[in-house]
Design a protein around this ligand. Structure first.
Ligand SMILES: C[S@@+](CC[C@H](N)C(=O)[O-])C[C@H]1O[C@@H](n2cnc3c(N)ncnc32)[C@H](O)[C@@H]1O
Length: 214
């Protein structure tokens, strides 16, 4: 189910029904994850379809994901990669990683994925080589640092995708001065004014910001 705060429940049901591009395995992982207390963190099926499409459209072969949870978005990304493509995942939670790994193995895409269980900024400091596409979906307080680090790891013409950049619409409310809201609002403005990238902010899910490195 797509749970975008910007779309009515009726349209949400329609979207899920008409655009049901989930595989049975993706659906099973989503249902299992939705039973967790942290289910709100899950990427929506429509977002997963967009991620798959962007991987294919960009011809990405090396992808980095910051924030993997139970592996739902990674499943969509890695399934769209060619057989010699690679996905580097960053997370800190072993329990969720175990769920992710079991589904990646069942999908026979586990040979494409390397999961680093450590704070993502530590992992990013160890990575070498350039990436074609980077998906940022972890702790919001570090988003600005993830964005800067990602730019150094991204090839020219590559794509950074940042999730939750509308933060349930609160970034548009200038009276809302919650710390995360301010962080994401300032980051939207910084990326908009960043001459290193061209951008597009999509109101899909909780807001996905696309930044293409020039
Ligand atoms: C929104 S969830 C990711 C959702 C995932 N992309 C999906 O599609 O289901 C955020 C994840 O970031 C992870 N995380 C939080 N702080 C982190 C950190 N400092 N380094 C790496 N991962 C972190 C959490 O453990 C959690 O799994």
């Amino acid at each position: 189910m797509d749970r975008s705060p910007f779309i009515s429940e009726q349209v949400t049901h329609y979207l899920t029904k008409i655009m049901g591009s989930e595989t049975p395995l993706q659906q099973r992982l989503r249902v299992q994850t939705e039973a967790l207390p942290q289910a709100i963190m899950l990427t929506s099926p429509n977002q997963a379809a967009l991620l798959s499409m962007l991987v294919r459209l960009t011809g990405a072969k090396r992808v980095l994901e910051i924030g993997t949870f139970t592996g739902y978005s990674a499943l969509a990304i890695a399934s769209a990669l060619p057989d010699d493509g690679t996905l580097t995942c960053c997370d800190i939670n072993e329990e969720w990683a175990a769920i992710a790994k079991s589904y990646w193995s069942e999908a026979r895409i586990d040979h494409k994925i390397t999961l680093h269980l450590a704070p993502a900024l530590e992992t990013l400091a160890t990575l070498t080589g350039m990436y074609d596409l980077i998906f940022i979906d972890a702790d919001k307080g570090n988003y600005a640092a993830y964005y800067e680090a990602s730019l150094t790891h991204l090839r020219n013409g590559g794509l950074i995708i940042l999730d939750n950049m509308l933060w349930k619409g609160t970034v548009a409310d200038t009276n809302d001065n919650d710390m995360i809201t301010r962080t994401l609002r300032e980051l939207n403005e910084k990326i908009r004014d960043d001459p290193r990238v061209e951008t597009c902010l999509l109101p899909i899910g909780d807001g996905m910001l696309l930044a293409r490195k020039r």
